[in-house]
Design a protein around this ligand. Structure first.
Ligand SMILES: *Cc1c(COP(=O)(O)O)cnc(C)c1O
Length: 289
């Protein structure tokens, strides 16, 4: 169940800035895992699906905003593996390409006010609490099982990497990467894409209380979740033009641009070898048309 269709490649990224600063940069192409169950969402669902199967769950229930990569991934993977899926979507009923895809895979969408969205357990309990065949999956798929899947992102990565970077929403992916590289001499670093997200550090500490090989950067959110600006969009265009690799404006674009800025500002020692984890999420780019 949710075995990787292939081992995503690690690709070297060339740029004159990297030569000038004597660092090497590579990208783990988890975005190539699947067009819709992309990047970290495949990793995060792997053990959740195993758990669901083992415990005879038939219905998977989760939560997200109207542009949630997690909901698209859950709808797609759920249909692939024979689960029925339901999503509580935050806010008024809207239509967009992401929710259209969710519905195409048979996901039931329940739009709820921002207020009732806050108490996710209550929503689940009131609708499905009396039926054992329903599984609660937290927003973004966050949690321990998701982290264990993300710990496999760096399987097979050369031990001479010094840093592994990813974008941070809930912090689950970064916690998994920190766990995955904890036996290697490598630091996991996360670029927070939410404003005032210091609380996320506590969530990460709860997931990996014994580990200290990680760090979060809070000054690269560019105004907050899903906020964009010309410089970011120009960077995404330039990066795609030069490398062929697409980045999205919500997560991976902000992460890669942040690492470019860190390199410019001599954050890394010469000879550092940096891994950028492409966590996917490219459907988000289509909301920019
Ligand atoms: C969901 C998502 C993230 C955030 O992952 P967390 O585990 O919640 O931190 C990062 N990148 C992309 C592309 C995503 O879709």
């Amino acid at each position: 169940m949710l075995e990787l269709p292939f081992d995503p490649p690690v690709q070297k990224i060339e740029h004159e800035l990297f030569n000038e600063k004597a660092v090497q940069v590579f990208m783990k192409r988890d975005d190539l895992i699947h067009p819709f169950v992309s990047g970290n969402k495949w990793r995060k669902l792997k053990y959740v699906f195993e758990f669901a199967k083992k415990n005879n769950k038939k219905y998977l229930v989760s939560f997200g905003g109207a542009y949630s990569n997690h909901l698209v991934a859950l709808a797609s993977a759920g249909a692939m593996y024979g689960f029925k899926t339901t999503a509580f979507v935050r806010g008024e009923e809207v239509k967009n390409h992401m929710l259209m895809l969710c519905k195409t895979w048979g996901m039931q969408l329940i739009f709820v006010s921002r207020e009732s969205y806050r108490d996710k357990y209550k929503l689940f309990e009131t609708h499905f609490g009396n039926d054992d065949s329903y599984l609660f999956i937290d927003e973004g798929g966050r949690g321990e099982l998701a982290m264990l899947g993300c710990a496999e992102i760096t399987d097979g990565i050369d031990a001479d990497f010094t840093h592994a970077f990813c974008a941070v929403g809930t912090g689950t992916t970064m916690a998994g990467i920190a766990l995955g590289v904890s036996k290697k001499n490598m630091q996991a670093e996360g670029i927070c894409i939410l404003k005032s997200a210091e609380g996320i550090e506590n969530d990460v500490k709860k997931l990996i209380p014994e580990l200290h090989n990680w760090k979060m950067h809070h000054n690269f959110h560019r105004g907050g979740y899903a906020k964009t600006d010309e410089e970011l969009m120009r960077f995404i265009t330039e990066f795609a033009t030069q490398t062929g690799i697409l980045l999205d404006q919500v997560y991976t674009g902000k992460m890669v641009l942040a690492v470019f800025n860190l390199i410019k500002n001599d954050y890394f020692k010469p000879q550092s070898k940096i891994l950028l984890v492409h966590t996917g999420g490219l459907l988000g780019l289509l909301s920019q048309v």
